[in-house]
Design a protein around this ligand. Structure first.
Ligand code: SAH
Ligand code: SF4
Length: 370
């Protein structure tokens, strides 16, 4: 309506800002705590239903604020229990969240950006280019929606079906630091989702300055998308490497691990047939990680239209894994989940058109086939 001021969306607002809002309304700041429990723990978005707030306060809130959750475009249920949701993100685009149930835990994989600017050669999100950062409401809203939709667990005492949250959906979380960190706070806040910092993982392709900052400010679990054991190859697979090469990235990782009482950093390594999956690559990788608080997670490549990469064979992945394991490194291979609903990381939000290409230089193609 003309002249009407836009109502403030309270979803994703840090506790301090909510408290300030109540003070502005002439109220006591502790109402922020009540409101957070309503929104995140009980999933209530209608102020009228927040019965421990006074009638007049509820009315005041309804006049000035809203709790706007992201719009869900679709939900896809895989035969293996994996669930994918697509969320509307403007201009006909979507971002996605994926829930992966496993024995004793349920992991929600969430997105932080619409597209991604970092343009990793094997990534469908990168191929889409960068559109924009998600705001706090859009990021935490993925968790809000999944939590509302998922049945409560009746085994262990958790009443929350999501036991872990990983930023491994679309986008580079450390390129959207200003919105991601307040969401980390909500994920771990007792007034919201109450997860321990060990159970919230930021995955980054290596934005070193923000990685250092995260270590100082909000030390959650860390996964690093390494994908290559030398700068020559990594420059091509993960172009941000040209700005922050492996040595500086690993230095930052070890400092990060130290600040977390030497908890492990997980290194993700996508297995690309004939590109980075030889035993020589495994030996180089071992040399980088030997004696460090490092785990390796091998990810079978998820193919998508428009590039020439292929997934390494199960045999090659097995040999690569044993080569590292035999020398004492902790290595796991990610199980592919939700294949029937395109739910794998890097497969996101429908078919990607345009800019996909195979850009590996002739030099690295020759090295890979040598
Ligand atoms: N931008 C962050 C987090 C999102 S991507 C990052 O790069 O770490 C989550 C993981 O999926 C990353 O390790 C990424 O490299 C990997 N990935 C991207 N595309 C993939 C594909 N097609 N197949 C397998 N893994 C892929
Ligand atoms: Fe971006 Fe991560 Fe994809 Fe690289 S792998 S393009 S950083 S989303």
């Amino acid at each position: 309506m003309p002249g009407e001021t836009k109502k403030k969306n309270l979803l994703g607002l840090p506790q301090g800002e909510l408290e300030a809002l109540f003070v502005e309304l002439g109220q006591k700041p502790f109402h922020a705590r009540q409101l957070m429990r309503w929104i995140y723990q009980r999933g209530v978005t209608d102020f009228e239903a927040m019965t421990d707030l006074s009638k007049s306060l509820r009315q005041r809130l309804a006049e000035t604020a809203t709790v706007d959750v992201p719009k869900v475009l679709s939900q896809h249920d895989s035969s293996d229990g994996t669930i994918k949701w697509l969320f509307e993100s403007g201009s006909g685009q979507a971002v996605e969240a994926v829930y992966i149930p496993e024995a004793g835990r349920g992991t929600l994989c969430i997105s932080s950006q619409v597209g991604c600017a970092l343009d990793c050669a094997f990534c469908a999100t990168g191929a889409q280019g960068f559109n924009r950062n998600l705001n706090k409401a859009e990021i935490v809203g993925q968790v809000w929606h999944a939590n509302q939709t998922l049945p409560r667990r009746d085994n262990d005492d958790a009443d929350f079906a999501i036991t872990n949250v990983v930023f491994m959906g679309m986008g580079e979380p450390l390129a959207n630091y200003r919105n991601v960190v307040p969401v980390l706070d909500l994920l771990t806040s007792d007034l919201a989702y109450g997860l321990s910092r060990r159970r919230v993982t930021v995955s980054t392709s290596g934005l070193v300055p923000n990685l250092e900052r995260l270590g100082d400010e909000f030390n959650v679990a860390l996964a690093v998308s390494l994908h290559a054991p030398n700068d020559d190859l990594r420059d091509e697979l993960v172009p941000i490497n040209k700005m922050h090469p492996i040595a500086s990235l690993l230095d930052a990782c070890w400092r990060y691990a130290e600040k977390r009482a030497n908890r492990f950093v997980t290194f993700e390594y996508v297995m690309l047939d004939g590109i980075n999956d030889s035993l020589k690559h495994a030996d180089e990788l071992f040399a980088l990680l030997e004696g460090k608080p490092a785990k390796v997670n091998l990810i079978p490549f998820n193919p998508f239209d428009g590039n020439d990469f292929a997934r390494s064979s199960a045999e090659t992945i097995g040999l690569f894994q044993s080569r590292l394991r035999d020398r004492g490194l902790v290595v796991t291979t990610r199980k592919t989940r939700g294949d029937d609903i395109d739910a794998a990381c890097g497969q996101l939000a429908g078919k990607v058109s345009d800019r996909v290409r195979n850009r590996l230089s002739e030099k690295n193609k020759r090295m890979a086939t040598a």
